[in-house]
Ligand binder design. Structure first.
Ligand code: FE
Length: 255
C-alpha cells in the first residue's frame, strides 16, 4: 500500500518527535501493509514552515536510517500545504514540494473551522497552471461538516479530496465517521491516506480502513481508491466519478 499523507519526519512538525519516533512509526506502517510513504510535513500552518529543501534533506536521512535497519519502507518527499494567499508566489520561489514528480498534485490543508474566501480563485489559478489541488481531510473541516455543498462546489470544479483512514474507522468519533461514509457514497473523496502523526492517538489505520471500505462498499471501490493513489504519485490524469450532493434531513435538530 501507498500512503500519500504522513507526518513521519522527525522533529519538524507535530508528527514524529525524533528519529526513534519515526522508526517506530515506520515499523507500524510496515505491519499495516504500507510499502511507500509520502512524508508530508506541515507548510505554513501557523507554527511550521518546512520548505521543500528541508523536507528533501530529512527524507534522505530517514531513508538511510530505515535502510541501515532493513526496514522495508520507501519514503518520498511531500508537503501538506496550508492554503495561503501567496501560494502561487511560493511555488515560483521553489518552496513547495508537490506529491508527484511532474509537479501536478498538491496536498492542500484548510484551516480547521473555515474555507478561506480566496480558495476558489486560488484553485482556479492553480488549475490554470496545470496543478490539481487535493483537499486533505475535508471530513474534519467545520465549514464542510456544516455544509457539504461547500466541498461539492470545489470538487465539481476539478479539485480532488483525501479522506483520512482514522476518520473512516472512527478514531475521531461517530459524527466524523458517519460523515466520512457519506463523503465516499457521494464521490466527494477520491482516496484514503493515514495522516499519521504518531503510533498512539494518530496512527495509520490503513489496513482497517480498506477492510471496512470493502465491507461497506465493495472490493472494486477499494481497488479504485488504491489506483487513484498510484495514479497521483505517478502524475497520471485522474478521471473521478461525478460527485453528488449529500442529502441532509430537512428538519434535523429543529424540534
Ligand atoms: Fe496532515
Amino acid at each position: 500500500m501507498i500512503d500519500l499523507h504522513c507526518h513521519i519526519l522527525p522533529g519538524i512538525d507535530d508528527g514524529a518527535k525524533d528519529i526513534e519516533d519515526s522508526l517506530a512509526m515506520a515499523r507500524i506502517a510496515v505491519a499495516d501493509g504500507i510499502t511507500h510513504i509520502l512524508a508530508t510535513p506541515h507548510y505554513k500552518n501557523g507554527r511550521w514552515t518546512n520548505e521543500k529543501d528541508v523536507i528533501n534533506q530529512q527524507v534522505e536521512i530517514l531513508q538511510q536510517e530505515l535502510d541501515s535497519r532493513a526496514i522495508p519502507l520507501t519514503i518520498f518527499p511531500g508537503q501538506e500545504v496550508r492554503i495561503v494567499g501567496e501560494l502561487i508566489e511560493d511555488i515560483a520561489e521553489n518552496k513547495i514540494q508537490f506529491i508527484d514528480e511532474g509537479n501536478q498534485f498538491l496536498l492542500i490543508e484548510f484551516p480547521t473551522a473555515t474555507i478561506p474566501a480566496f480558495t476558489e480563485s486560488l484553485f482556479f489559478e492553480l488549475q490554470k497552471a496545470g496543478i490539481t489541488p487535493i483537499i486533505v481531510h475535508p471530513e474534519r473541516n467545520h465549514a464542510i461538516l456544516t455544509d457539504p455543498n461547500e466541498l461539492l462546489s470545489l470538487i465539481e470544479k476539478g479539485a480532488l479530496a483525501q479522506l483520512t483512514a482514522g476518520s473512516y474507522v472512527g478514531s475521531f468519533g461517530k459524527k466524523i465517521q458517519k460523515f466520512s461514509k457519506q463523503l465516499i457514497e457521494a464521490d466527494l473523496v477520491h482516496f484514503i491516506a493515514s495522516d499519521a502523526h504518531n503510533t498512539t492517538s494518530r496512527s495509520f489505520y490503513m489496513k482497517e480502513a480498506y477492510r471496512q471500505l470493502e465491507k461497506e462498499f465493495s472490493q472494486k471501490k477499494a481497488e479504485k481508491f488504491k489506483q487513484v493513489t498510484k495514479d497521483i504519485i505517478n502524475g497520471e490524469l485522474i478521471i473521478p466519478n461525478t460527485p453528488k450532493k449529500i442529502k441532509q434531513p430537512k428538519f434535523l435538530g429543529l424540534f
